[in-house]
Design a binder for this molecule. Sequence first.
Ligand code: Q46
Ligand code: ZN
Ligand code: ZN
Length: 306
Amino acid sequence: MRCRKCGQKAVINMRQHRLALCGEHYLEWLPQQTERFIKKYEMFTRYERLLLAVSGGKDSLALWDVLWRLGYNVDGLYINLGIDGSLDYSNQSQRFAQQFADERDLKLINVNVHEQYGENIPEIAQRTRRGQDKTCSICGLVKRHIFNQSARDGNYDAVITAHNLDDEAAVLLSNSLDWSLERLGRGQPLLPAGGGFVRKAKPFCRFYERESAAYTLLRGIPYIHEECPYSTGSKQLFFKQDLNRWEEHMPGTKLRFYLNYLTALEEGAFPQRQESPAELDQQRCPICGQPTITGNTCAFCRLFEK
Ligand code: Q46
Ligand code: ZN
Ligand code: ZN
């Protein structure tokens, strides 16, 4: 397989685009495409302050590297969840994130869930006696809360996550199987700010997982290779494996599934929230001040009330 641009040996073949590239041209292509998506979905500009959720894994470090090289003003946020497993998972991933930031003189904000709230994720899950998928839903809730809070405290213009196409397609499949119209109504690559929520963007949403992994490897960025021990056997992983099987036989399936969904979203196929920003502003948690759907104590504060 040869690089389409220079004819040298290709290191990656993206069958969904019918495009093979050598290392040098791939390292040019991925940032160019990222810039294209940022502009297409009007995510953010170089004049804004951005906060990126950094996990120490390949996607978030690749995205941080790309945004930094493209000249965006982006700080990182690492949330130490207190997940140890056999590999001291959280502390190890924090070290990779910190090393990345130090080497480029970038700012990384560290939040330790146990130090801040008195319990880490496995302890909360144990106290509330949740199963594995529920541990992930608690973890997601805690991460979203801290992420939004940190962005508001630091006056950031937008928060960024490194969700890739495999993540988005798996969530889409899960929500489609559940016919969860409310969730299907908010799967855009850009969610505007409103009612106490900071603008949220996903610049990697159109890249396959193997593409961000290839970028990290070609750039020689050290990252945590182990997956979180709670991800094994999760529903999300199950959907990803199925989608990969379909992709193998029908290249482009994941991309088509996601892009056609975005078109359907734009055409109004799913209900959008009707409240105005002013109405949403009324709906704040009396304990933490963050937005809630009901206007009562938010799910995060309820988790710690119990
Ligand atoms: S970190 Fe948290 Fe993930 Fe681990 S506990 Fe589940 S949600 S799998 S992205
Ligand atoms: Zn080339
Ligand atoms: Zn609250």
